[in-house]
Design a protein around this ligand. Structure first.
Ligand code: ZN
Length: 301
């Protein structure tokens, strides 16, 4: 059992919801360096960013070898389209690995664009033990009212469709800048346990900054959703192309509208404390092939 299904977009959702199931599969294992276990080694132009880290919540670079046209790659689980970068001399699939992925052998499906037989490409997901946070709260604090639960469910279904976005053109590169400067929490993947019950892991990066601090686009992108959501507060989703999306939450103000195309560094809003938060900060999530992956892999340290 796991509880980080694609579309489980809220960094806080399950903290307050009694319906979430227990976190199981990723609870054990040691932190290992990214391994490069491919079914077949191939010459390829390496993709410099994001950093490759083949763990739950990380990103795999899968070398596909040379081909005249871009191969079509889909996840074995869920049949989701995967971002492929490179050129005829060598293609690389840049694959987001869900936090709930089970460590071990995994694979993607590759169809040559020019026709021919589809094949499986195997890769290995190394285990990673994320930190755990145990909290005791009043029992009533973790349950939503029926009204709030209904609102959350409506928002969840809406945002599943947002997360399914896969558009072209593909991004020319994947090196991002932090959307605000400030102290980064390093709490991606943090396993939260409330009153002994495991909840969703933290699926983004928190950056401390005062209310009103400008937030900028971490990479060029198109605004595909804005709204005021129950847990996430004022939120902007940016589509960077190829199934790579950014979500920024808890904004005090939103300065863009759906359809706006932003260059990297363009202001999109300001830091705030909207939604379910204890103080002003920016929550930033990155979704790649509908997997929430660690934003730290996309920015310089
Ligand atoms: Zn957060």
């Amino acid at each position: 059992m796991h509880n980080n299904k694609p579309g489980d977009f809220s960094p806080y959702a399950s903290v307050f919801s009694s319906r979430r199931t227990a976190l199981g599969a990723i609870a054990s294992g040691l932190l290992l360096p990214a391994s490069c276990v491919f079914a077949k080694a191939a010459h390829h132009a390496p993709v410099a960013w994001p950093h490759a880290l083949q763990v739950p919540g990380g990103v795999a670079h899968l070398a596909l070898g040379p081909a005249a046209t871009r191969p079509v790659v889909r996840t074995a689980e869920g049949d989701l389209p995967v971002l492929v970068l490179g050129d005829a001399s060598g293609w690389t699939a840049v694959l987001g690995i869900p936090l709930a992925a089970v460590p071990g052998e995994a694979s993607v499906n590759i169809s040559p664009a020019e026709g021919g037989e589809a094949r499986k490409l195997a890769y290995t997901i190394a285990p990673k033990k994320y930190r755990e946070q145990r909290l005791k709260v009043a029992p009533g604090k973790v349950d939503l009212s029926a009204e709030d639960e209904a609102r959350y469910e409506r928002e969840r279904l809406h945002l599943q469709t947002v997360m399914a976005t896969f558009s072209e053109p593909l991004p020319s590169h994947l090196k991002m800048r932090a959307p605000v400067s400030g102290r980064r929490s390093g709490s991606f993947g943090l396993r939260r346990v409330f009153n002994g019950q495991a909840r969703n892991p933290h699926s983004g990066m928190d950056i401390a900054a005062p209310t009103g601090t400008p937030i900028v686009a971490p990479l060029a992108g198109k605004v595909i959703d804005t709204g005021d959501y129950f847990f996430n507060g004022n939120t902007v989703w940016l589509d960077h192309g190829g199934g790579l999306l950014s979500m920024v939450c808890h904004l005090s103000r939103i300065d863009v509208a759906v359809g706006d195309v932003l260059p990297v560094g363009k202001r999109l809003g300001a830091v705030g404390a909207t939604g379910r938060v204890t103080g002003p900060h920016l929550h930033w999530s990155i979704s790649l092939n509908r997997a929430m992956v660690d934003p730290a892999l996309f920015i310089p340290a």
